[in-house]
Design a protein around this ligand. Sequence first.
Ligand SMILES: Cc1ncc(COP(=O)(O)O)c(C=O)c1O
Length: 399
Amino acid sequence: MHTILRKQFLAHVGQTSPSPMLVEVARAEGSFFYTPEGKRYYDLVAGVSVSNVGHANPAVVRAVQEQAARYMHIMVYGELIESPQVAYAARIAAALPDPLESIYFVNSGAEAVEGALKLAKRFTGRTELISMRRAYHGSTHGAMSMMGAPEGEEWKGAFRPLLPDVRAIEFNDFDALQAVTRRTAAVLVEPVQGEAGVRLPAAGWLEALRKRCDQTGALLIFDEIQTGLGRTGRLFAMQKYGVTPDIVCLAKAFGGGMPLGAFISSKKIMDTLQSEPVLGHITTFGGHPVCCAAGLAAYDYLIGNGIVEQVEEKGALYESLLRDHPQVREIRRSGLLLAVELGSSEKLYRIMELFKEAGILSDWFLFCDKAFRISPPLTISDEEVRDSAQLIRTCLDRL
Ligand SMILES: Cc1ncc(COP(=O)(O)O)c(C=O)c1O
């Protein structure tokens, strides 16, 4: 590690935690990244579910290079016809169930959530917004407001006042759905709760939520920022659970490694951003042509190589290789999104140190400090799953 670089990193790159990992990245390829000294790390975070098609995927690199040479940014979103945007929008619209057909491209997950909340308020003329306890939707003021209380209070408390008229209900609680009323503009939910430590929806709960929204006229917004683009074993988690929302938010893997997000609805709903007043949401860089070209190339790679179809098997392989270790209390899993529960935060701190030594990048969850994350590139091979699981077991042995 270059000492000067480390000093400059600490001095000049805004810090968000008192103990950053401080591992320098020289390059990345497939399921790995490498330090300048040549130490190899298994990337079991994938940029937090971003690098679904693997690092330095040649198809994505080529698309970025070609589009960068053709044109980059020209004019704010929504005025000019830019073929990478149009082609990607058409592809995604065709893959999503009806009536999710109109795609508003933005820069990030948080901005997708902001756009979706504004759209729901505009379309319904209502103000109340409902989210779930232990939900994470992003770090801007609006998205942070939806971080479910009381757990989210630790982060959002310091930034109040936030959005008014927001309340949180318990994920998977059927009775709590009565809180959704004719006052409610939207209910925002991750179909599989990520930062809660991978919590799966109870049988029938998403359907019951859909039904309650239909009864009351509230819009149902799915945050598929982490679950979208194959992570759970289907292209979108909504297909896995057979429930179609009114609006879906995408980001993370949506840009193929470049920053890109979207909120998506029927044309009827989306068109309310056109008038009274015009320009209901404005973004300079949203839908950047290079990001759309990268996202489209990554999407075509996922589909063209049957990657999504292999996700469930690979996730199950990880589970089978780890579940019998005496340190593992429980594994919660949806496709290749796994939370491995160790039972205490002390063990979690220690395993992170051991992982670093062993060349494994993992992470914990915002609302679950007793479990570590496994969410590798979806292109990880069976052999890499076996090898990384063996490395994890060696670290677990040393706990
Ligand atoms: C479910 C979910 N929603 C929203 C976000 C926010 O996305 P971004 O960091 O791109 O703003 C995240 C990021 O971790 C997420 O996991």
